[in-house]
Design a protein around this ligand. Sequence first.
Ligand SMILES: Nc1ncnc2c1ncn2[C@@H]1O[C@H](COP(=O)(O)OP(=O)(O)O)[C@@H](O)[C@H]1O
Ligand SMILES: [Mg+2]
Length: 348
Amino acid sequence: MPSLVEIFDRKPKLKYVFTGGKGGVGKTISAAGIAYHYASQGYKTLIASLNPVHSLTSLFRQDLRGGQIKPIEGVENLYAVEVEIDDVVERYKQNIAKRLKEFLKWADIPIDPKPFIDIATTNPAFQESAMFDKMMDIVLEEGKNFDKIVFDTAAVANAVRLIGLSKIYGLWLQRMIKSREEALSLRVKLSFRKEKVMEEIKKDPLMADLLEMNEKFTKVRRILLNEDETAFFFVTLPLSLPIAVVKRFIRMVSAYDIPIGGVIVNQIIPRSVAEATASEYVRNQFVEQLHYMEIIIRDLGDMVVSYIPMYPREVVGVEMIKRVAEDMMGYKPDFLPELLEKLGRAST
Ligand SMILES: Nc1ncnc2c1ncn2[C@@H]1O[C@H](COP(=O)(O)OP(=O)(O)O)[C@@H](O)[C@H]1O
Ligand SMILES: [Mg+2]
């Protein structure tokens, strides 16, 4: 089992980090821990929240609202942005409306575009597409300004699906581009000389969009599927449901060739705490945890790269985030050696 430190050492070019998992397992604190770690190593680091409901402002206890990139006070090299989903969706909507209108005008189709715009933009997948589009922009644009970008997004499943689909989407776009070319040359042939065809194609707004989208998808795909540059980490608790979610994610991600960084196990109760406590509840939880830890080691063992202990209070403020970062890089559960021995695995 490599540790997170080893992975980061082994992959100096790692630049785009994602954290996925079930709701409430600690995706945001893990993202913050990784971002803090990188910043403390001197890398200019951005943590980008792409959630409909943001939590960076409360986690860092600093006003990070407004959709702008802001420096984190008290942590050199660390910046954060909470992307405003309403703004993104609105801009995306206007953009699509504009394209559609242009196209209908260009194609001489005299119909009201409004119903089409409504259908396209009230679709439930629209918000996700808008967020994915924004994520691509951050990768391409902020990738130039930052050494490391950590994405805190609950919609990792969607991101994964969209990255996976972008291959099919790319093929589809290429088909569209080709048939658009054919349609255009036919249309142009009727009225213009041959050399006018390419010129006319360039003026076609739909064609320009298709080409642009295809280029963007291709670029982002190349980055996000590159295991030197990108890693998806999955966060779980030693509990049945979060483990099932992580397993499902791993299958999905592997099917799309998306690079997996590893599994982070959060909210570990140390044996020393369970033994010292008067609380029967915590002692029972500890026993249950051992059972689930066995399952994690058995099924995901080689992928587990980091452990985070259970803290006596919720993670808030820079000091706590620093502690999470340090624990993510070095903490090992005190019951791990005997568990590994029991399961016949070498402890490292
Ligand atoms: N190891 C931990 N110890 C104590 N509280 C934790 C721990 N991990 C997460 N929490 C708390 O649990 C809540 C959910 O964590 P969060 O990172 O926001 O999860 P997610 O982003 O996956 O929904 C937060 O209030 C956080 O402070
Ligand atoms: Mg979160």
